[in-house]
Design a protein. Structure first.
Length: 286
């Protein structure tokens, strides 16, 4: 591969724009020193090539990867592009060039540095998506379900089918506050849209159900098996702010309240707690 006229590619930040950059890279027979988004460009002494997003070119690249390299390589490219970190585009481009040069089996050669870099990005994105399938919590606001997440990587495309399949008859929104995007679902339509300024709906009416969930979580705890280190390993602390059952534990001076007693005593305690809160009008679980 020629490195004549080493330059920088600038594109619009979309996946189609990146595939257009891949097309230009093969057409120009060069691998750029860097690939940057228009909005993130900084002054440089290197020649800059401005990539025009061409959907036909993007389609040709995607089809070529799928037909010649297989779905495994295509899936790695698509998932790695969701990674939020510097240099991802250049790493993926080098991986694609290597794959076309060496064949579809390249995806399994994780001992190779070029392949390993993309593989690690895929693992990071996949793990982040799985965490948000587990720990996303929804609040009810006038019949619509709302969840706010702060993922390290752009995982909405990976968690979309999971939530849509389980709540296909609901109207809900998953708002990614880190990347300015939202997954919007109604029984008739689903879309991921960019969101710059979002005024979140009032979910105060959901305090009743949050209180019930917090009480249930607290009452089923087994005091003799309390292991905070193990719990943090399975439920990372960065998610706690958005989990009603453990959010209060982030407060200074919090004292764990663990349940004791038989199953019947625990059930009776939950019923009495619910009854008292219903009479008192206190449903926030404090």
């Amino acid at each position: 591969m020629s490195d004549r006229g080493i330059l920088i590619f600038a594109y619009d930040g979309t996946f189609e724009g990146f595939l257009s950059a891949v097309f230009d890279s093969f057409s120009m027979k060069t691998i750029p020193a860097d690939i940057v988004v228009f909005d993130d460009m900084e002054p440089s002494l290197l020649k800059i090539h401005y990539v025009e997003t061409d959907f036909e070119h993007a389609k040709r690249v995607r089809t070529g990867i799928e037909n010649k390299l297989g779905y495994t390589v295509l899936n790695m490219v698509e998932k790695a592009f969701l990674f939020d970190g510097e240099g991802k585009e250049t790493a993926i481009l080098r991986f694609i060039h290597k794959a076309f040069s060496e064949g579809r089996s390249v995806g399994s050669r994780i001992g190779d540095e070029t392949v390993s870099t993309v593989y690690k990005m895929c693992v990071a994105v996949g793990n982040e998506a799985e965490r948000h399938r587990q720990f996303a919590r929804f609040s009810d606001s006038k019949g619509a379900l709302v969840s706010v997440i702060h993922p390290k990587h752009f995982v909405l495309p990976l968690i979309k089918n999971f939530f849509c399949a389980r709540m296909k008859n609901e109207t809900f929104m998953v708002f990614d506050a880190e990347h300015g995007a939202a997954l919007i679902h109604t029984p008739k339509r689903t879309a991921i849209i960019p969101v710059e300024n979002l005024e979140l709906p009032d979910c105060s009416e959901d305090r009743f159900y949050s209180g019930l969930w917090k009480n249930y979580y607290r009452h089923i705890a087994i005091a003799s098996r309390y292991n905070p280190t193990c719990r943090r390993a399975h439920m990372p602390k960065r998610f706690w702010e958005y989990l009603p059952e453990v959010r209060e534990e982030l407060e200074q001076g919090f004292v764990p309240r663990l349940s004791f007693g038989t199953a019947e005593e625990i059930a009776a305690g939950i019923r009495n707690d619910f009854k008292n809160r219903l009479l008192e009008g206190d449903f926030d679980g404090n």
